[in-house]
Design a protein around this ligand. Structure first.
Ligand SMILES: [Zn+2]
Length: 237
């Protein structure tokens, strides 16, 4: 089996075949709340001979019994960690979170130590993207004066389904260093920040993705399940 792959080190698009990759699965067959689990450790060696770097990824799956056979097959991917190269970015599915927001978020994580101010700028853009996409916020036509990220944040403050603790989290992060001032500036204006401030903004993005996109996705799944069950019962009658 082979697949297309882009090396995170040399950035060259390549094809991975069995001689470039080795994967092992370690199972936990003690049933947990999520069921039985399997961790796949994946070593990929870049086929580009000038690069030859190791990429190491760990993926946690739920397991299901193989039909008519002993043993387990992987079922649902629960979590994935990029161990080498090391990025602190969490992996969010583009089925749940818009790709542009994921891109800004991942880039913000990647450059946080290298350039906190570029990272903070990307985080602000991700935050604005989420507020606009998830809450449909835009500048009111009759608004006079500067319209900033802070105006957009204010516009969601009164939403009854904003999410538990969301306002306190935004407010707490706003009080760190210069972040509050950033929110009142144009989204593209680059402002000097400390790494600690950049990391607080990343934390806020992760928190809001969880609170908004992922919780909504999970609630929708549960609702669909219940509606499906109710429909099945009605049909039986
Ligand atoms: Zn490479």
């Amino acid at each position: 089996m082979s697949y297309a792959w882009t090396c995170p080190f040399c950035k060259l698009p390549t094809t991975i075949v069995s001689t470039n990759e080795t994967a092992e699965r370690v199972d936990c067959t003690i049933p947990s709340k999520k069921g039985k689990l399997g961790l796949i450790v994946n070593y990929i060696i870049c086929p580009n001979t000038e690069c030859n770097q190791l990429t190491l990824i760990a993926s946690l799956y739920t397991l299901k019994q193989k039909p008519n056979a002993y043993g387990y097959a992987t079922n649902e991917l629960l979590n994935e960690w990029n161990l080498i190269p090391d990025s602190s970015a969490k992996v969010f599915s583009p089925d749940i979170v818009p790709q542009v927001i994921i891109n800004d978020y991942e880039e913000a994580c990647k450059i946080m130590n290298l350039s906190p101010k570029a990272s903070a700028t990307l985080s602000r853009r991700a935050l604005q993207g989420m507020i606009r996409h998830f809450w449909g916020i835009k500048k009111p036509e009759d608004h006079k004066g500067k319209w900033t990220l802070w105006n957009e944040i204010q516009a969601i403050k009164s939403k009854p389904d904003l999410g538990l603790g969301v306002w306190s989290a935004i407010d707490a992060v706003r009080k760190v260093g210069n972040i509050g001032a950033h929110m009142e500036e144009d989204i593209n204006l680059i402002i000097d920040v400390e790494p600690e401030e950049a990391s607080k903004l990343i934390w806020l993005i992760e928190f809001l993705i969880e609170k908004w996109y992922i919780q909504k996705y999970e609630t929708d799944l549960q609702l669909a399940e219940i509606i499906g069950m109710a429909n099945a019962k009605t049909t039986k009658k």
